[in-house]
Design a protein around this ligand. Sequence first.
Ligand code: PLP
Length: 401
Amino acid sequence: MEFRRITNLPPYVFTIINNLKIQARHDGADVVDLGFGNPDIPSPSIAVDKLAEAAHNARNHRYSLSRGLPKLREAVADMYRRNWGVELDPETQVTNTIGSKEGFSHLMWVLLDRGDAAIVPSPSYPIHIFGPLFAGADVREVPMRSQQVIDDQQYADEFFANLTAAYKLGWPRPRVLVVSFPHNPTGATVDRAFMQRVVDFCREREMVVVHDFAYADVGFQGYTPPSILEADGAMECAVELYSMTKGFSMAGWRIAFLVGSAPVVQALVKLKSYLDYGTFQPIQIAATVAMNEAADYPREVCATYESRRDALVDGLARIGWQIPKARGSMFVWAPIPEAYREMDSVAFCSHLVRDCNVALSPGSGFGPGGEGFVRFALIENEQRIAQAVRNLRNGLTRLTA
Ligand SMILES: Cc1ncc(COP(=O)(O)O)c(C=O)c1O
């Protein structure tokens, strides 16, 4: 049998490392897993309590609204006003999605058709590349320099030069630009001026820009990640995905939102009205309560990731692996140490599982631009991170040689 949409998909490289980890654990090894970015911090207890209460009400067992309950959409608009000074009309400029991954994938179906083109940075979160491909479009990659702070003028200029080159590369002209800051996997962050340039670029070319704002709440050292909707003219061309997965640590609940340009939001509403009946209603109710009554919870979550980042980056520096500190995201993006550069990222990660009992994500899993790097996800506590650093010191003998 042939399944044309999936036959040409490359093997998911993360599976290779995951299988090695499962095997090692099966053999009795205590592997510290900093691979998959699956948050370990509990969801706010007020949301858990509300979920339990709402689940007991039979009225909430019926189909819900795909675009989200009105109070849920109002809570999102209030949060955007509070956090980013952005005004959203909950009726036309906000819709619920079943996590941002689902929202992003279906949005690509709405925005792109066979023969269209999209511009996507490389490396990227994999669905940013595969979403447009599933929709039948061509993907033009823009290199993301693997450097964390990209709000300096020189880097921004370099990014826009690459973006312009990707735009001009061929016919048809791309219709969609995908961006996401703080960036997974590199941890790159940007400022408002950068977002304004993105919006200006897309308005001039009548493109839609999709900003995946998964790490909206995860900025360190007093840095607040900007919303693309803060830029002048953004409502004409930009949409943003805000997810409760990271800031509110509600990964398994599958709740996120598409906000911004009303025609684009409403186009997704239309497609999804054919596809689903939305997130389980008790989850929508609990998410509303979380945004309204646990608005400071993301700050606590963020502080946890910041101290884990410090524990890891400082620990690695002590064993001779120097990595800059990112100002956002829940990842540490590390070049493979000089002494191990003959290995590609999958070989290096395989070595780390076998000889150090540490599981990481190989950079090549995020596209060709990720080769030569590995990604640590900050999803274990500081004791376990210290354990990972000790394991790496003992297993990476060439580091200290
Ligand atoms: C950039 C980015 N977008 C989206 C997601 C998935 O978010 P959600 O749980 O809302 O689907 C992740 C998760 O790691 C991510 O890193």
